[in-house]
Design a protein around this ligand. Sequence first.
Ligand code: BGC
Length: 736
Amino acid sequence: MRRFIPILLALWLGLPGLVVAQAGLWDRQVDSILSLMTLTEKIGQMNLLTSDWVQTGPSLRPSYLADIQAGRVGAIFNAHTADYTCELQRLAVEETRLGIPLLFGFDVVHGYKTIFPMPIGEAASWDLAAIEGAARISTREAAAAGLHWTFAPMVDIARDPRWGRMAEGAGEDTWYGNEVARARVRGIQGQDLADPQTLLACVKHYAAYGAAQAGRDYHTTDLSEQTLREVYLPPFQAAIEAGAATIMTAFNDLNGIPATGNRFLLDQILRQEWGFDGFVVTDYSSIPEMIQHGIVGDTAAAAALALDAGVDMDMQASAYYYHLARLVAEGKIDEGQIDAAVRRILRAKYALGLFDDPYRYCQPNQEAAVWLSDAHRAAARDIARKSLVLLRNQGATLPLRSPDRILLTGPLADSQRDMLGSWSGAGEAESCVTLKTGLETRFGAEKVRFVPGCGIEDGDDQGIAAAVRAARRAEVIVAAVGESAAMSGEAASRSELDLPGVQLELLQALKATGKPLVVVVFSGRALALPWLAEQADALVMAWFPGTEGGHALAEVLSGDYGPSGRLPVTVPRSVGQVPIFYNPKATGRPMDPQQKYTSKYLDVPNTPLFPFGYGLTYGEMVYEGLQAEPSVFDPSQTVTVSVTVTNRGPQAGTETVQLYVRDLVGSLTRPVRELKGFQQVTLAPGESRVVTFALRAEDLAFLRRDGTYGAEPGHFDLFIGPHAESAEHVRVKLVP
Ligand code: BGC
């Protein structure tokens, strides 16, 4: 390899304060570099290409390697491990004319080697510090693998469980989604991007991707501006305010203009209203997909539309690579637009310190030290147990005291691969603890009999009889059912929300034995399981709990850890209720079972199977004495809302106390409830705690009819309770 002293280095030597992480200085340096770059090199910075993964490890197509050497690639994704990324970095730094370092990206969505619960499961913990901690650890492990950039957090609000990507976000609520988005960005980017244990965050998929019609992935989104701004956009803004350095466009068409060519989203809102100064990357090949959307006729026009809308970097489509130079020559785009995009990309490289030392993430010896370390596994176990949601517990079936004969059955009981969930980074199935291992470790292998019963999706019911025979000899049945990891995530929409294959038949046969039936459900979405909600003696939602999932489940089933998770999504009774979420608008004809012409179904109640925020503990929590002071307040005042929560049960429990508001009359109709806060309190048997929230007029703000943002005077109902359907409330009045 030719030794090469980049021209840039010579330039920097003349600049004082080389390592000063200061925007003004970066700007001058970036301008100096830009002045040296050819148009081809500039366009190269806007080109993001994927590495492939072959059996022996990562690999890059020969033409891509040649492009790196020609300065025609700015970033690579899916290439990881310190050795490999550094080999590629050497090509960029030592073999190109200007030696501009590459940026390495990867989807580190819920872990790199140590895999945390699927993001929806992390969100079910309602523990923001644990969520931030999981992102921090994932980041550390990924940075040790030579990565600079993660395509996370995914902040799409998901109100439709048919959409498989519900698994990747924080659920259906905007307020909570904002909190989780901030926590994840803090975890990924830390205090200072110059710290080589941080990554650039990439908040995605901008915007409204989760509102795909019919819950079908990549499908069209058509939303009012009010819903877009009030429901879908805030988590993006929250992530950007928390410092997210990059943002990814979505695949969908939004109100007639695909997100990747949508100037209203990318320029007006993102840059002008929110002041975002990081760079915008497309999703995979979404520039040429605008041809199929029918907004442009060819790739050149797609590239021009994307650039003009505000897209800085093209992921894997090579649309910029092939077309931008000609578009400039033809006068169809202005080179100034390219300069602006390249400036933003180079600034991100500066922020990471790559111009100081392009090899600062090349520390192969770090990998072994941090990947799957004991501390990381412990953190994964901690958030996994917090992510588990106890939905039903008849006759205190759980915790299992000291059972001598547990029948463990179901297709998810011992599937290491399925513990990981989708988008599991570089996680390996072999490192995962299944429920079988977890129960055997906790209770002793001799006490756990495992009979699979059936597969996940196949229709073969031959194994059910053996499971039933074993159940008759058991004290308690633990059945692990649900979806495979591949059934949620990208391109994994479903039209049914039931248990696939013959799993329900297995459960029904087990129930008929009369033995206590504990059901653990694995999935990346809310499933409509009405039979289970009535017939399971205990029901636990496990999501996809990650590397340490089996130990976490054993802790909760045994009572070593009291369940504290809460649903971040509404669980429907049937697919026909979808989309169902806790905060719709009211109707002019609210449901009245006695009145035909009211808003309801003939065949199913309006209510969900389990509401948003729901989850049981091993305690028995009672809420009393809800009050708000003062009950009339003006914008300078704070209302103190409080309630006393008492644990009347014989076991300790961690309760997630939730505050919701309803704005009774607005210049635009308002949701029937809106989450505004929550607190987790751990109460010993008999213990009481006064839980207090401070509410100000700004917490009641919304996008008003006149286009301004703020609260409107009038009455508000304040609810504090264990979930979104709790009825107890007090009324307060905001005066001007
Ligand atoms: C997904 C993104 C992901 C990208 C890169 C796309 O198919 O929609 O979420 O970041 O691939 O892997």
